[in-house]
Design a binder for this molecule. Structure first.
Ligand SMILES: *Cc1c(COP(=O)(O)O)cnc(C)c1O
Ligand SMILES: [Zn+2]
Length: 434
């Protein structure tokens, strides 16, 4: 449709839309009604309140040349700059340069779970602040720079706060981030150490998010870029790099099945967007893939709706150890349902006990210590195989989106010292461990 472009109100920033260089990003478009807007710090459609996303003029032409250019690029997400809303010279700006994390050929885990095809773990704990959030923040920082913001902020379930604090320190922004006050110690310390302000809110993530929405509309929040609220359209695009990397690491091939954790659902929807772009650009062969969503039972609004056949997501009050995924009212929930259904995937949940068990399985089979969110994806993968929803003979990629060192509480009780002995051979012999 030939939608007209709507000018963006200035929203307290200094940059005018015409001076914004975000590479191939041509504007924003409403996911619901398709109305086009100029690039700016806006996130909801002025016509229908639908979420906005970045619309591109993607590089046309020879897929071979594009593939070669990407392969010659830096060993981080900026190798995909031609497909992202970032300035052309992004690789020369101060950034944590996330991405290019390992795709682990998980043969031991495959054996354990009865997978006869190929099983890979995309291990995003290898990012600079040890979660996938560095990807989305890096893109939002470029938008914040382009729009003239001086303070970076966010509502966070923990990992995002750390990623924003670190990226702000590196890129020269002030930061002030908001978290539920009762997060794991590792998340709190990590978010606080970079020198920005860290505010605990008495409430859960959904309360924090509501508070941030109010702050954006208030003079108190003027000049602030909230990476996952008023910069959300740009932030979301960072998750596409997971899809790009996975396909490139598979030798420019789509995986058959991919298991993705769901908090707000942004990551899952943008992984799908990234896979589709690769097909459109001719960088991978067009063949069917299935996207599976993973939640913890104690915060399972999307899996509950999926299993009930609903297309709306009823909010829940979260109660789970998977705090990084504890969003009871996920903004992108309905789109996740669409994608899981369209691709023939499924959305499943596991109990906290199964999360802990899965963290241990991944650790002892592959030497990867995942945070609770990784326990959720591995646990859900196991359950999907047991229930016959995931085909164990195909190529499957499971995401580990965070580092177990940040959620030590989950496994601390049963991962202590096997024995404590005097420093003597007699004592060691007596312990019976030789
Ligand atoms: C934020 C986060 C996710 C996914 O978040 P979405 O809001 O669904 O994009 C997944 N895993 C971890 C560890 C996270 O911190
Ligand atoms: Zn709209």
């Amino acid at each position: 449709m030939a939608a007209q472009t709507v000018a963006v109100p200035s929203a307290g920033t200094s940059a005018s839309a015409s001076s914004v260089d975000l590479g191939p990003a041509a504007g924003l478009s409403c996911r619901e009604c398709g109305t086009r807007f100029e690039l700016g710090p806006i996130f909801a459609c002025a016509e229908c309140f639908g979420p906005l996303e970045v619309a591109y003029e993607l590089p046309a032409g020879d897929p071979e040349a594009l593939r070669a250019a990407i392969e010659a690029g830096p060993h981080n997400i900026w190798r995909y700059a031609p497909l992202l809303p970032v300035p052309t010279d992004v690789a020369s700006k101060p950034s944590l340069n996330p991405g290019f994390t390992k795709l682990v050929d998980a043969e031991n885990l495959a054996k354990e779970l009865g997978v006869t095809g190929k099983l890979y773990v995309k291990d995003d704990s290898g990012n600079p602040t040890h979660s996938f959030k560095d990807r989305v923040v890096a893109i939002a920082v470029e938008a914040a720079r382009a729009f003239g913001f001086t303070t970076l902020s966010c509502s966070s379930t923990g990992n995002l706060a750390g990623a924003v604090g670190a990226a702000a320190a590196r890129a020269g922004f002030r930061s002030c981030v908001f978290i539920p006050h009762d997060l794991e110690q590792g998340k709190v310390v990590m978010a606080g150490v970079y020198g920005g302000d860290l505010v605990g809110i008495e409430g859960n993530y959904d309360d924090v998010n509501r508070f941030c929405s109010e702050l954006i509309g208030d003079p108190l929040g003027e000049g602030w870029g909230f990476v996952n609220v008023n910069l959300r359209p740009y932030y979301g695009e960072g998750s596409k790099t997971l899809a790009y990397e996975i396909c490139e690491q598979l030798g420019w091939r789509l995986p058959d099945q991919i298991v993705v954790p769901i908090a707000s659902g942004s990551q899952l929807t943008k992984i799908d967007k990234g896979l589709q772009e690769l097909v459109k650009l001719g960088l991978v062969e067009d063949r069917p893939y299935k996207i599976f969503g993973a939640q913890a039972e104690g915060c399972s609004p999307v899996s509950t709706a999926f299993k009930a056949g609903h297309d709306v997501v009823r909010p829940q009050k979260p109660n789970t150890i998977a705090k990084s995924l504890a969003i009871g009212n996920p903004a992108d929930g309905p789109y996740v349902l669409d994608i899981a259904r369209r691709t023939g995937g499924y959305v499943e949940d596991v109990t906290d006990e199964q999360v802990v068990e899965a963290i241990r399985i991944l650790a002892r089979t592959e030497g990867i210590f995942a945070e609770t969110a990784g326990g959720v994806t591995v646990g859900v993968t196991k359950k999907l195989i047991e229930n016959g929803q995931l085909d164990p003979s195909l190529t499957t990629v499971v995401l580990n989106t965070g580092d177990g060192l940040k959620t030590l509480e989950a496994v601390a009780a049963d991962s202590g010292q096997t024995a404590v002995i005097r420093p003597s051979l007699d004592a060691f012999r007596a312990a019976g461990l030789a």
